[in-house]
Design a binder for this molecule. Structure first.
Ligand code: FAD
Length: 408
């Protein structure tokens, strides 16, 4: 599937994509959907299939994006998981049946299938670790081995393309760290995704158990990095899994941790020929840590914008075109999530929200859309919170959240 390491690359190409995770593969598919003859190169430092540290939870909405890219039923052979159980401090505050099931697909499988689909459409997959990206007349140069008209940076949380696009590294106060492993699934948790929030240091913090469907579960724990000093050790995070979901880490293997760059309410995509998607742009949901939906959605939009701009001979407008498309598709969600995150600074707000969601399926559904994909605050959520906290309490909290946004 890949070119052998070190083989000299041929350029120029129309679009180069750095990183072949969900954002990069979706970007390549997006280009080829709009422009089937485009010359697209997909660069990744890893050979596929490869693991990616993740909870492997695939929101139902991911399938919608892939279907629009012409890749339906990519992982339908994996068992659907209908039930989501959300707990806070050891209690169960909301358990419900999702309108559409999620799937738990190990990234070794999910990412390889997506890459294979992109290659099947005509993308060329090349194994190469990108180090330098810079402008050249008429395009963008990659390490002196490849030139393209438009480049999509989908190289994850520690993106090198992000810096080349002129953006600062992800802010530490907007970055979480999470540990995951695979363990025999605990009895009773075979058919449900469980998330257990805690209000300890590192809030918003939670442990999870997601059944893979083969007798194991992907289990883990994540929290916000502290403002200063080192983040939690692997041993400490493993302890937290066991404290919040007792027994779920027993017999676990393949423990690994990784950073999550959380969304901040504004897409910061700059003008020009370098587009950023997925974790490289910092689109992970700040409350739930979900990033795959945002990765495929933004990747698909970046691919489309790149294809249109390159094909029309106006590659310089690619950044602005993509920024507008991203704002139209995800702007409201990102804004609402920012307000929700500010409301959730007080963990009691989350406890109240879960309590309301546990009583009203419409609020539960809205939480699923907001936490796993691109939904926003709905009238049902706001009405439920008003009933729970009182109009005065909610108005004060919202006011503080909006003031916090302005001050940031
Ligand atoms: C522990 C943990 C649990 C999570 N659980 C979930 C979950 O259950 N559900 C969910 O939706 N999200 C989850 N997330 C978030 C999710 O993993 C990411 O948001 C998602 O992987 C982002 O996709 P991406 O394509 O932007 O980046 P990635 O998946 O990180 O892909 C980036 C690709 O770029 C390549 N690359 C990097 N640097 C270079 C370079 N210099 N040159 C060439 N290639 C390069 C990498 O090899 C990789 O293939 C979790 C994250 C963590 C850390």
């Amino acid at each position: 599937m890949t070119d052998p390491l070190g083989e000299p690359l041929l350029g120029p190409v129309d679009v180069a994509v750095v990183g072949a995770g969900p954002a990069g593969a979706a970007a390549a598919l997006g280009v080829l959907r709009a422009w089937p003859d485009a010359r697209v190169v997909l660069l990744d430092r890893a050979g596929f299939p490869r693991d990616k540290t993740c909870g492997d939870g695939i929101a139902p909405h991911v399938g919608d994006v892939l279907e629009r890219l012409g890749v339906p039923e990519l992982y339908d052979d994996h068992e659907p998981v209908h039930v989501l159980r959300l707990g806070f401090l050891g209690g169960t505050d909301a358990v419900g049946r999702m309108r559409r099931p999620a799937r738990v697909v190990p990234r070794e499988v999910f990412d390889a299938r997506l890459v294979e689909a992109a290659v099947g459409r005509g993308a060329r997959l090349v194994r190469h670790r990108v180090r330098r990206v810079g402008p050249v007349p008429g395009g963008v140069d990659v390490d002196g081995v490849l030139q393209c008209r438009v480049l999509v940076g989908a190289d994850g949380a520690h993106s090198v393309v992000r810096t080349a696009a002129g953006l600062a590294p992800h802010r530490r106060d907007r970055t979480a760290i999470a540990l995951r492993g695979y363990a025999p699934v605990s009895p009773g948790r075979e058919h449900e995704q469980v998330i257990a929030f805690t209000d300890d240091a590192g809030w918003p913090a939670y442990a999870w158990s997601f059944p893979v469907g083969d007798g194991t579960a992907n289990v883990g724990y994540g929290e916000l990095l502290p403002a200063v000093g080192p983040g939690p050790s692997k041993a400490r995070m493993l302890e937290r899994v066991d404290e919040l979901l007792p027994g779920s880490a027993d017999g676990g293997t393949r423990w690994a941790a990784h950073h999550l760059p959380l969304s901040s309410g504004r897409g910061r995509q700059p003008d020009g020929r370098i587009l950023l998607a997925g974790d490289a742009l910092g689109l992970v949901n700040p409350l739930t840590g979900e990033g795959i939906h945002a990765a495929v959605r933004s990747g698909a939009l970046a691919g489309l914008a790149a294809a249109r701009a390159a094909r029309r001979g106006t590659p310089d407008v690619a950044g602005a075109t993509y920024r507008r498309a991203l704002r139209a598709a995800m702007g409201t969600h990102l804004l609402h999530m920012d307000v929700v995150t500010r409301l959730a600074v007080d963990p009691r707000t989350v406890a109240a929200g879960l309590d309301v969601a546990g009583r009203d399926p419409r609020v539960f559904d809205a939480f699923v859309d907001m936490g796993l994909a691109d939904g926003g605050l709905t009238p049902h959520v706001l009405t439920g919170l008003v009933r729970r906290a009182g109009a005065d309490g909610l108005a004060k909290a919202l006011l503080a959240a909006v003031r916090g946004r302005r001050a940031a």
